[in-house]
Design a protein. Structure first.
Length: 108
């Protein structure tokens, strides 16, 4: 007999809630102020989503159900360095690619 899908969802949600409560208790006992705790949670949450999307802010904002400009504002306020979150190199801008292609063409 298989369990309904919602059972597993509730179980997972319950475990996440328990872990969060333990973390909150630990932060409280260590004297972390509320504003610092909220800031650190927001920063960790945004960094996790940005890493998942290779620092693509449009995709991350879509996943977070917020506008890209709002995400950008949060990134600035929380002082997140987006460049360090990229796992792969970005393509050079079109203007640089054209210059490189011209150099290759003149070299041959």
């Amino acid at each position: 007999m298989s369990q309904p899908l919602y059972f597993f969802q509730e179980f997972r949600d319950c475990r996440v809630k328990e872990q969060l409560e333990k973390l909150v208790l630990q932060m409280y006992k260590n004297g972390v102020r509320y504003s610092e705790a909220v800031r650190e949670f927001q920063k960790a949450f945004l960094v996790t989503v940005l890493r998942e999307h290779n620092a693509n802010q449009v995709k991350a904002a879509r996943r977070l159900s917020m506008h890209r400009n709002t995400l950008r504002r949060h990134i600035t306020e929380l002082e997140v360095d987006v460049k360090t979150l990229r796992t792969s190199r970005r393509r050079p801008p079109l203007s640089e690619r054209i210059v490189r292609e011209k150099k290759k063409a003149t070299a041959t």
